[in-house]
Design a protein around this ligand. Sequence first.
Ligand SMILES: [Zn+2]
Ligand SMILES: [Zn+2]
Ligand SMILES: [Zn+2]
Length: 151
Amino acid sequence: MTTESQVRQEPSLLTTLEDLGLRKTSARYAVTSRIENGSDAFTAEELCRQLPEVGRATVYRTIRHLVDAGALCKLPILDGAPMYSIARVEHHHHTICSKCGAVGEFRHSTVERVMRSLAKEIDGQITGHKMEIFITCNSCLASESDSSSDA
Ligand SMILES: [Zn+2]
Ligand SMILES: [Zn+2]
Ligand SMILES: [Zn+2]
């Protein structure tokens, strides 16, 4: 890992699109830089609203390319549209705050071991797995205890 340039400036998503053979267009640039500079997790609709100058189809297609390439994670949300977040490490799982939607990434060797041992009990060959843990994040917990003195 080289960290010599500015913290939040890696042009990684646009590079990912180029690696897929897609040309750098101003629309793709707008979508990828919006994702890289935006909040942790977002829905496709939010991205469309933030980018009125980019066609909806382009936004959706760009997201799908990035998910397929593994650069974005698609997070199933219990109620509502799926959210997306930038994949910062290779294989990982997520914590999702069900109050504010903050997304965290974690890796845990025990989880991976359990998944591997499950292979014996599952018919067919496992090709991958996902795991999301829904939480109330610490800052939501803190604001809850601020506002309610007795519960
Ligand atoms: Zn992720
Ligand atoms: Zn939260
Ligand atoms: Zn895993």
